[in-house]
Design a protein. Sequence first.
Length: 128
Amino acid sequence: MPRTIINTDQAPAAIGTYSQAVRVGDTVYLSGQIPLDPQTMQLVEGGMETQIRRVFDNLAAVAAAAGGSLADTVKLNVFLTDLSHFARVNEIMAGYFKEPYPARAAIGVAALPRGALVEMDAVLVLGN
């Protein structure tokens, strides 16, 4: 099955050897997003809430470039350097997603690229 590479300037450019997303059939695999401002490629300022919102906004931009939206998410992975922020992720996530919610994992990690406090990746299924 052919692959389509998804790229948008509305989300941060890849900072390594990966694509923002890859579509295979109706499935889109979104690479991890950290809270980089797409225009400056710098980490957003303002603390954990600002970082969480920027990550969701970045994922939404890549989803839109793929022809979908966050509503098409079937799996979301959340990586946090401090799991005590997980309740805040849930609160903010409720503003970006409606039921039925995607499957999700939350993983505590020692560090993330560029000193980010949060990173998320997702899998979308389009055409449902």
